[in-house]
Design a protein around this ligand. Sequence first.
Ligand SMILES: [Zn+2]
Length: 84
Amino acid sequence: MSEVAIKKKETKIHVLRCRGEGCGALLALEETEEGLLLGNMADLAERDAEVAFFRCRRCGGRTLVEEVEFEGKMRTRVSGFAAV
Ligand SMILES: [Zn+2]
């Protein structure tokens, strides 16, 4: 067994900010260094047809998210931003 496999990798996370121009409000989303969101965020996202997103409380912009398969699990990542 390799030491790398035994050692639990420390995950660096950072809190996402709204990408709205001049906004930068903190969102209730945490992203790992792989660019994946922590938690089952796809279940909490608002939905508009096929698009899943989180609305910024300050500017109303939408942080778009999508589900991706990562290491055999479905995870969520930010796919873009849509201003109001
Ligand atoms: Zn905003």
